[in-house]
Ligand binder design. Sequence first.
Ligand code: KG4
Ligand code: ZN
Length: 336
Amino acid sequence: MITLGIETSCDETAVAVVEDGFTVRANLIAAQVHLHERFGGVVPEVAARAHVEALNPLMAETLEAAGLSGFGQIDGVAVTVGPGLVGALLVGMAAAKSVALATGADLIGVHHLEGHIWANFLTHGPPQPPYVALVVSGGHTMIVHMPVVHRHEVMGQTLDDAAGEAFDKVARMIGLGFPGGPALDLTARDGNPEAIRFPRAMEDSGDFNFSMSGLKTAVLRYLKAERAAGRDIHQPDVAASFQEAIVDVQVRKTIEAAQQVGVDTVLLGGGVVANTRLRERMEHEGSAAGLRVLFPPLDLCTDNAAMIACVGAARLIRGERTSLDIGADPNLGLGS
Ligand code: KG4
Ligand code: ZN
């Protein structure tokens, strides 16, 4: 069974071919970061236009890389329907519908965050729930209980910014450019995570929610005070200390969530899972708590279409189909 995956929810145009749900035959990405860099963030209209230009050639390239002779060999088309930027989503959905209509392949709409969770199964094998998943991306931060396949109970989430957003904003404050997450990760390696004690927001809130705005303000206040005092900012120390404050709370709450529902395996998903310190500490502290911690390889943490094809194939096998008149849902909830 050959599934074509299409993902255009944000600023990566991504196409993949996955065989039998879990074997990646090709997984290509056309990044647009150079188009958004000068604006310091993703511009929705620019992203949608860039998807329009990139998608057709990228589909052809992906089919070729997968060793397919054409669209006729595709059994199913999986596409992200939300959450994400509406204009960007619509480009991928129009392409997916066209392929389905022209070839008779089955269409299946996929939730972007379920894709991030399923990126794990491309590496670690088919799902064996129950799990607790920490999903941390540019737009979301949540802890999800997955008691059975395709069922998601959101245990907690961020009340303001997403983790990736906080990484990007703080990276910009200390002059690391856009997108800041990966640069901050690199810079933090040379810093002391205990140099500055930034607040651990909602650490003891007794729930599984997060908040990033206080931490962001604390970093800003620290930078202002240092500059006012005429002291140089030590980028690596600020990066490492900020990162530690975020990671501390995420690791602790994820372990507590797993213990509360009594699961023994934790899944990590989303772009922020590419973060070295988060992977390191989650693995170390998770195993000390008797938990198995799984995360995808780096290239499957950030947005890609293989993860979308993986979820889509599993849903198609269950007999699910998406109608050709489905619209994009920029705020699609994980429970829906
Ligand atoms: O999942 P993703 O690729 O796109 C969304 O669905 O949003 O996540 C992108 C986010 C960005 O905010 C980026 O800065 C962050 O993931 N990110 C990182 C790292 N790599 C990507 N954050 C911290 N450390 C990293 N190594
Ligand atoms: Zn994502």
